[in-house]
Design a protein around this ligand. Sequence first.
Ligand code: GLU
Length: 479
Amino acid sequence: MPNANASKSPVVVRFAPSPTGFLHIGGARTALFNWLYARANGGKFVLRIEDTDRERNSPEAVEAILDGLKWLELDWDDEPVSQYSRADRHKEVAESLLADGNAYRCYLTQEELAAMREAAEKEKRPFRVVSPWRDKDPADAPKDAPYAIRLRSPQDGETLINDHVQGQVTFANKDLDDLIILRSDGSPTYNLAVVVDDHDMGITHVIRGVDHLTNAARQSQIYKLMGWTEPEWIHVPLIHGPDGAKLSKRHGALGAEAYREMGYLPIALRNYLVRLGWSHGDDEIFSTEQLLEWFDIDAINKAPARFDIQKLEAINAHWIRATHPDELFDRITHLLPHLPHGDEVSTAFSAGAGRKLHDLIPAMQERSKTLLDLIDGAKFIWAERPLALDAKAAKLLDDETRQMIARLLPALEHQTEWSAQSIEAKVREFTDNEGLKLGKVAQPLRAALTGTTVSPPIFDVMAVLGEHETFARLKDISH
Ligand code: GLU
């Protein structure tokens, strides 16, 4: 198994996003695996923003990624490192490789490279740069011509990556051409920057997507030529859609903020994401403590994981049921600024609806899959009188049921307390007297009080609305 030395030093892992967009689901899982590994081993979890591509880089994207991590409650250590700010150091390492003869100046022009590519295509062989400058005398170099610095990669033998997930992977060195480490404009290339940063930041374990496996071979060559210790490699499988195709927006490959706006709980998303590529027996639900106890990089699966939004929804429903109402309420209030109709709900909350929604949460938890379901299930609270009735509610409230509600009203008056139990007792007395089944009264009441035919238990609805509002709404439809 992978090299035993590195695993003895204190764990330092990193998440190294390129800030070109939001924190997507694959990135969130990579961050989570790193975070879990650091926290479970008393190690450090650091961030490195790979912002060397100045054209594609944006400060808003950095903010979105940090915001996504904060929402997921994946806290990091130290200040995030900007890769771009370390360009001088990358250059310094490129120069030292050059000085040691482990790299060389390559004066190949774009035209020469294009001709090589063309020749390879014609001969139907894979294109691989063989630079004549590898062995040329530097004294023959054209004066003042631009050059790139290429690594003097081994040409024979193999580069071996001992990966915790992928096992032993070998790359024939003849297939890996001499990598450019510094471009002719003096900027470092990705593979050089990653190695220098990982080394300087003391990264012990590189946990990232398997799409970087070939980069690991390139990077391993740089480590060797620099005489540095390689980190442990952990290349995790990619996430596919339920149809087996690469995950796309169509499958729900959205940014973390989209899941927040859909009313998911961070613990549910973490719980779901960790299962994409890792398992612990048949367990599906994990508390953070259990994850910290059980998560293990050597138990990450090799096969691609399949993203399944329904499963995420079921896990979220579990965590909605298992979370304390106070916390759910707190999360709802934090969610409102991110929702299109959030202002309207916030205004209603300030006018007293917030407290009522809070009190109704226990009655709604069982049937709610998301925080949006909780808000939606309670929106009758701030609906304005006279209530708009949906089609089913309107149909239920015919002359007969309206008259029945008019007869019920006096039975509900003059109660010493207004609670779900006391209301239920009165309504049951009424149904017994009238020889009616409870449902025959509950459904029209629901229609009249909520404008719909689905709501939390009707006596909870009445208790939360309060005596005054209940009577007002019932009177609205009973004459
Ligand atoms: N910046 C790379 C990415 O966003 C990750 C590099 C790495 O983890 O080594 O895919």
